[in-house]
Design a binder for this molecule. Sequence first.
Ligand SMILES: Nc1ncnc2c1ncn2[C@@H]1O[C@H](COP(=O)(O)OP(=O)(O)OP(=O)(O)O)[C@@H](O)[C@H]1O
Length: 252
Amino acid sequence: MPSSAALTVESLGFVVGGAPILHDVDLEVAPGEMIGVIGPNGAGKTTLFNMISGIHAPTTGRVLLDGRDITHQPVHRRALAGLGRTFQTSNLFPGLSVLENVRLAAQRRLGGNLSVLRFPRRSDRASTVAMEHLDEVGLAGLADVLAGGLSHGDKRKLEIAVLLAMQPGVILLDEPMAGVARADVPGLSEVIRRMHRDHHSTVLMVEHHIDVVMGLVERVAVLHQGTILALDEPDRIMADPLVQSAYLGAPV
Ligand SMILES: Nc1ncnc2c1ncn2[C@@H]1O[C@H](COP(=O)(O)OP(=O)(O)OP(=O)(O)O)[C@@H](O)[C@H]1O
């Protein structure tokens, strides 16, 4: 029977110089589900994201988006097919304003002119949509500020506004809390929670802050030595002796 998952990772493997970086990774993310991927340093989390988003080709296995095989599609085709991603390091346009960053994404989706040199009116459709998304992430008041001048936490919120403007079917969040000041973590968590709740977004999130992951997601995948050790609801993951032993360092 064909899978109804929004994102499917099937028997994924990645070998470099004879060393298996990932092996036998199977994962299904249901439409509207948010799954957190945790695991120790070097477990293969970023590599898994790079396979899903098309930065590296897997050695074995497949990646399916809404049941369609995208394993051999380049990054931009996957984006067009509805796969959105944030990176550990920001991929915003630092010299453009906060509003312009989101408006460009909205224009791309709405099919408008991509130029930022035409001085579009604040009332055009893409600007209106962009302002709505900035409002959602709490950045409407900073619309005219240059993106490069934002705090790390606000850059992450802006990246989420950009994603919302692109309306991807599946969102990959790569360590959204990386570099974010401790005081800004709860606010950014809330923005992710609202994005998931209000837009029914399908999300796969790698994050080192376990407390953040546990409070946000429906299920947690524990990646260990290149494969998924456990996949379950947060409470059950925290209580799993295998996970405690392998990941949290506690004795079994
Ligand atoms: N292209 C590559 N060539 C060689 N080794 C690689 C390559 N990509 C990843 N690795 C190795 O694979 C392992 C997994 O790396 P990866 O960055 O995916 O782990 P991670 O779980 O994201 O770690 P971290 O939590 O530190 O970000 C590491 O040992 C890394 O050095």
